[in-house]
Ligand binder design. Structure first.
Ligand code: TXA
Ligand code: MG
Length: 324
């Protein structure tokens, strides 16, 4: 049975947070909101609890999870050694939607990192996530709380839809403010490389690091074999219906008219000039179109600036195309 507890996103009640913290201490799973998407959390230092995350999500064991920490000091305890780059970026962007990949400390279970020598760390700012991390005192491994390959969950109903009965408790604080996941930045490469564009923009990172590379996506096969960074596989975040991408509304409408002539039901995501709004509603729109039973989803890609880079990336993955 999955319990759902409503919490105030700005000032969550202590009792609700305590219940969630108790479940984490007992080796259970908690769905909780972050500023990006909902996470499926477990005690990162408990290998059996972490295995439950992978089982619940049906996530392959080769795809490592992000570990959420309450502060920079906790991050230090999970890292092999400190680096000036890490300090610089964490002090500038934490708490916030930036995940930093660094060499891991020896005691971090292989279950979390998929046997890799590195760990992905992030300190979220969402008041519910922050309160949970503070009250547990534990580092919390938490991938997005969706079935593997589904669009990420931006509200509690999405978590329940994908993971009902597979998660002990969901803290429901309403829709998540950003709607796309954190930026994953690999600090083990020189210069650092973006493994996944997200809530902190490339332009924000450029200001500190200079022009920064986006890592090319890789096949599931290569990720499984540990050839390159995981999680950058092309098919991901995918709704059931096939997705077709367009540069502008004119192209999208022309294609929509073709489908209409064929009597096929098309769902449309036309151009949205407000990129924050598009990011916030993207995954919910993809899920809704699937629920409506459309046969194809037609989307206009936003320009690759700011949050637009992350939105493009998710849409290109949803379409099964390598992001460009
Ligand atoms: O915004 C977010 O990042 C959300 C919230 C819940 O914090 N979490 C999230 O987790 O999106 P997940 O597991 O769905 O995506 C984590 C990404 C994956 O692409 C994974 O492969 C990558 O981070 N990752 C995790 N550990 C890594 C590591 N050691 N090296 C390289 N990539 C890693
Ligand atoms: Mg995910």
């Amino acid at each position: 049975m999955t319990n759902v507890l409503a919490v105030d996103p700005r000032k969550p009640a202590r009792e609700a947070i305590q219940r969630a913290a108790d479940i984490l201490h007992a080796g259970g799973l908690v769905g909780f909101p972050t500023e990006t998407v909902y996470g499926l959390g477990a005690n990162a230092l408990d290998p059996i609890a972490v295995r439950k995350i992978f089982a619940a999500k049906e996530r392959p064991a080769w795809d490592p999870a992000i570990v959420h920490v309450r502060d920079i000091a906790t991050a230090h305890t999970l890292m092999r050694s400190n680096s000036a780059r890490f300090e610089q970026l964490a002090s500038r962007f934490w708490p916030g939607p930036l995940t930093l990949v660094v060499a891991k400390a020896a005691h971090v279970p292989d279950e979390v990192t998929a046997g890799r020598p590195t760990i992905a760390l992030r300190m979220p700012w969402h008041p519910v996530a922050a309160a949970l991390l503070n009250v547990t005192g534990l580092p919390v491994a938490a991938p997005s709380a969706n079935r593997f390959g589904h669009p990420s969950p931006t509200c509690a109903a999405h978590v329940l839809h994908d993971l009902d009965d597979r998660v002990d408790l969901i803290l429901d604080a309403g829709p998540t403010p950003l709607g796309v996941e954190s930026t994953v930045l690999d600090l083990t490469q020189t210069p650092p490389a973006i493994l996944r564009p997200g809530g902190i923009s490339r332009e924000q990172l450029d200001l500190i690091l200079g022009p920064i590379q986006l890592t090319a996506p890789i096949s599931d096969q290569a990720a499984r074999q540990g050839i390159a960074g995981p999680g950058m596989t092309t098919k991901h975040y995918a709704p059931r219906a096939p997705v077709e991408l367009f540069d502008n509304d004119r192209q999208l409408q022309a294609r929509a008219a073709e489908f209409q002539r064929l009597g096929k039901r098309a769902g449309l995501l036309p151009h949205d000039p407000n990129i924050e709004h598009l990011a916030q509603t993207l995954f919910a729109q993809l899920r809704q179109l699937d629920a409506d039973g459309v046969e194809v989803i037609l989307c206009v890609l936003p320009p690759p600036e700011g949050l637009g880079l992350a939105v493009r990336d998710r849409l290109q993955r949803a379409a099964g195309q390598p992001p460009v």
